[in-house]
Write a protein that binds this ligand. Structure first.
Ligand code: SAH
Ligand code: SF4
Length: 389
């Protein structure tokens, strides 16, 4: 399926409450929607600031708008966020929110605090159409793309919960965004791009492109588009150093093989040693983890300002792989680092709340299904006991 057909087949639904959402449209689109209702353009700028700079959720708080206009806005527009279904905190401080959209679809967002930063791992789709063999999301069929409101909404919910409003506040807990949650962001490029433009708008959340990283399995045409239009940091899910293996474990490689992918990386604008492309490499025991693989990786990356992120494989029920041993991972990393590429091993965070890479949503859905089943069984048992007595 081409990307345009994909975009319309999996489009997010439009609001069903008859109200026009303020969160989601670009600033120009919001201006146009207000103009249609006779509201002057500069009001859109004021509303934009209330919503994205201060995080207000009620038009009544917009004190520089006339009372009549506040009432009109409340009658015709909405400032809703996704509903929080679950809010879990790990022993290591990682926090995971399960969010429900108005049509009942659910996604997860994960906050990862570190010493020098706080990162939000944002989802772009419900499920994924790509079928990378080691990824649990890839075993679930794509349900649909998320819209800009649902993507920005994840950031807004995290800011609400972390007390990070208004923008520009000192000691913000959330400082970076990675598009590394569920889904392939470049298969939902237009919605992701609108969402990131909103996040980067200087009068709103005002995040610099340097604090945003988009991770892709390698959708080459959209890597180029993303470089030209958004120029956020790029992370590539490489995971294999030969086309033969990558065709198998990251099947989009059949369409955009390694050489083509790396050409797009070489041409990505603004890359330097201070602003490197991250190559993600999941460590799969006896599959892609030999010293020869590490040496081939170094050869492939030659000339690209790169950093390699070694990700210990996170297992899931029925997964066809195991994680490489710690010794193998260290040996692999040492070879890459000796060639001048930083090669940190990604710490597994939030494992106790199933928030690690490749574990999102499906696991908590399973957990909740199991809890529901348990409750039904307990109720049946109680009913049977009551009937028997
Ligand atoms: N679709 C995008 C972004 C989401 S996946 C992409 O593929 O880049 C985020 C990262 O987690 C990717 O590098 C992905 O390959 C990795 N990942 C997926 N399943 C994993 C697992 N079970 N263990 C470790 N990393 C995994
Ligand atoms: Fe989709 Fe990324 Fe998982 Fe591959 S690794 S199936 S592209 S979410």
């Amino acid at each position: 399926m081409g990307l345009n057909a994909h975009a319309s087949a999996f489009a997010p639904p439009t609001a069903s409450d008859g109200l026009t959402p303020v969160i989601g449209p670009t600033r120009e689109a919001l201006k146009a929607a207000l103009k249609e209702r006779g509201v002057a353009g500069f009001r859109a700028d004021q509303i934009w600031k209330w919503v994205y700079q201060r995080g207000v959720t009620d038009f009544a708080e917009m004190s520089n708008l006339a009372k009549d206009l506040r009432a009109q806005m409340a009658a015709e527009f909405s400032i809703t966020r996704p509903e929080i279904v679950q809010d879990q905190e790990s022993v290591d401080g990682t926090r995971k929110w399960l969010l429900r959209m108005p049509d009942g679809q659910e996604v997860e967002t994960v906050y990862i605090p570190e010493d020098d930063r706080g990162t939000l791992c944002v989802s772009s789709q419900v499920g994924c159409t790509l079928t990378c063999k080691f990824c649990h999301t890839g075993t679930q069929p794509l349900v649909r793309n998320l819209g800009p409101a649902e993507i920005v909404g994840q950031v807004m919910i995290a800011r609400d919960a972390l007390g990070d409003w208004p923008s520009g506040k000192e000691d913000r807990r959330l400082t970076n965004i990675v598009m590394m949650g569920m889904g392939e962001p470049l298969y939902n490029y237009e919605n992701v791009a609108d969402a990131l433009r909103i996040v980067m708008d200087g009068d709103g959340i005002a995040w610099s492109k340097r604090r945003i990283t988009l991770s892709t399995s390698g959708v080459v045409p959209q890597i180029r588009q993303c470089g030209a239009e958004l120029n956020v940091n790029l992370a590539i899910s490489l995971h294999a150093v030969t086309d033969e293996l990558r065709d198998k474990i990251v099947p989009i490689n059949k369409k955009y093989p390694i050489a083509e992918l790396l050409r797009a990386c070489r041409e990505y604008p603004g890359v330097s040693n201070a602003r490197r492309i991250t190559f993600e490499y999941v460590m799969l025991k006896d599959v892609n983890d030999t010293p020869a693989d590490a040496r081939q990786l170094v050869r492939l990356l030659r000339g690209i300002p790169a950093k390699v992120n070694l990700i210990p494989f996170n297992p899931w029920p029925g997964a066809p792989y195991e994680c490489s041993s710690a010794k193998t991972i260290t040996a692999f990393g040492d070879i890459v680092a000796a060639a001048g590429y930083p090669a940190p091993v990604r710490a597994t965070r939030g494992q106790d709340i199933l928030a690690a890479c490749g574990q999102l949503k499906s696991e908590s859905q399973r957990e909740r299904a199991a809890a529901k089943l348990k409750a039904i069984q307990a109720q049946r048992k109680a009913e049977a006991e009551a009937a028997a007595s």
